[in-house]
Design a binder for this molecule. Structure first.
Ligand SMILES: *Cc1c(COP(=O)(O)O)cnc(C)c1O
Length: 398
């Protein structure tokens, strides 16, 4: 008899995006003449940068020639990409060793896989509202989960509470879904809490490239002591439009050491290397060459132009909401705007209202956790034309 994992019974069905699709499809069928504008997407829409395409095409050609063909690469990624990322981090004042960086097929996979190196006896501290992957991957392991509330009183940036004991802490900044961004002082407080409790912070920096204030951390490792308590997950998905191309990286500092339940001290970097070399066979050479090009001078210039385009959308949205007197968070250093539903509407009431009256689609905040009720996420990943038109509809008809 093969038993299956009981913990899967504790997962909530993820209705959010299917329910949105269902409602939108029904609306489109009833109103074929209406132009529906989708502001709910959490996916990029601009194509890959020319520098990335050039690098990948060159790599494809190499794969077709006996002398330059490559088979299995190092599971943790090629040195050329490690070196490019070391330089990138140096650009915001963080010194990494090349073997502290692990290349992967994206932050979502690493986020799920990293649970392998931690005991299931850990208590997990998760923000609410939250990127659902943190929650579900830990439910699958049967771990105890405690929540920290994001709310207007803390600007959706939960801070450590000494009365709460947690072993693993998830932080995401700039945040999905709220667009909120931690300051360096706030991250210092989290690092102090983690060190005091021998906890580990899993820091999701997927949106770091949207930060354009040098005072705002793009990495938790700008806090020096974070090396002793944090793992950073990052991705080229939002930075460079790699959502379909797939490449990310995880930083596990050598200084990060914790005990097993039986009291043995282990270096987490070595554990993660062991885990990856056992269960993963690396990101395709062609993709890693494309990723390397993201960090080149030309690639950075092109990617910054893409980010500037999305950020200008966010600015247009924020300005419209401000004129309308709608309270919101995010929109700077982030492609997301997290707004308070007007007139006391619930998340889904506001969703229905926007769809039926304005033919605009967004994401109900309640889909990201109980604290998201009454809030709503708009994304800046759409076209300029649609962003402007959606805001005109909101300003005129809301
Ligand atoms: C988009 C996103 C990621 C990136 O995931 P990939 O698997 O690298 O595409 C990670 N974390 C958050 C919060 C995200 O929104």
């Amino acid at each position: 008899m093969a038993f299956v994992n009981d913990n899967y019974c504790n997962l909530k069905d993820s209705y959010l995006f299917s329910q949105i699709a269902q409602k939108v499809n029904a609306y489109v069928a009833e109103h074929p003449e209406k132009k529906v504008i989708r502001m709910g997407i959490g996916d990029v829409t601009l194509p890959l940068a020319p520098a990335v395409i050039d690098a990948m095409q060159k790599a494809v050609a190499e794969m077709g020639v006996k002398e330059t063909f490559r088979g299995y690469g190092p599971e943790q990624g090629y040195d050329f990409l490690h070196e490019a990322i070391v330089k990138y981090y140096a650009g915001f004042g963080v010194t990494l060793a090349s073997d502290e960086i692990f290349i992967s097929d994206g932050a979502k996979s690493d986020c799920g896989n990293i649970t392998d190196i931690f005991s299931n006896a850990n208590t997990i501290l998760i923000p609410d509202p939250v990127y659902p992957v943190y929650l579900d991957t830990n439910i699958m392991c049967g771990r105890k989960i405690v929540y920290m509330d994001g709310k207007p009183e803390n600007n959706f940036l939960p801070m450590p509470d000494d009365s709460v004991k947690a072993d693993i802490i998830y932080l995401c900044s700039p945040n999905n879904p709220t667009g909120a961004v931690y300051t360096k002082e706030q991250l210092e407080a989290w690092v102090a809490y983690a060190l005091k409790n021998d906890a580990v912070i899993l820091y999701d920096a997927a949106y770091e490239a949207f930060v354009d204030d040098p005072a705002i951390p793009r990495s938790i490792f700008v806090v020096e002591d974070a090396r002793k308590c944090a793992i950073e997950l990052c991705s080229l998905s939002k930075t460079a439009g790699f959502t379909g191309t797939r490449c990310g990286y995880t930083v596990v500092p050598h200084a990060l050491v914790r005990k097993t339940e039986s009291g043995k001290e282990l270096e987490l970097n070595k554990m993660w290397l062991r885990r990856q070399t056992t269960k993963f066979n690396g990101v395709p050479y062609i993709i890693q060459r494309g990723a390397e090009a993201v960090f080149s001078e030309q690639g950075q210039k092109e990617c910054r132009e893409m980010l500037a385009f999305y950020k200008e959308n966010a600015r247009i949205m924020a300005e419209g909401l401000r004129r309308k007197g709608i309270k919101f968070y995010g929109g700077t250093h982030s492609p997301y705007i997290w707004l308070q539903c007007p007139q006391g509407m619930s998340s889904w009431e506001f969703f229905d209202f926007l769809l039926e009256k304005l033919a605009v689609v967004g994401t109900p905040g309640a889909g990201f956790g109980a604290m998201g009720e009454g809030y709503f996420r708009l994304s800046a990943f759409g076209s300029r034309e649609n962003t402007i038109e959606a805001m005109e509809r909101i300003e005129k008809e809301l």
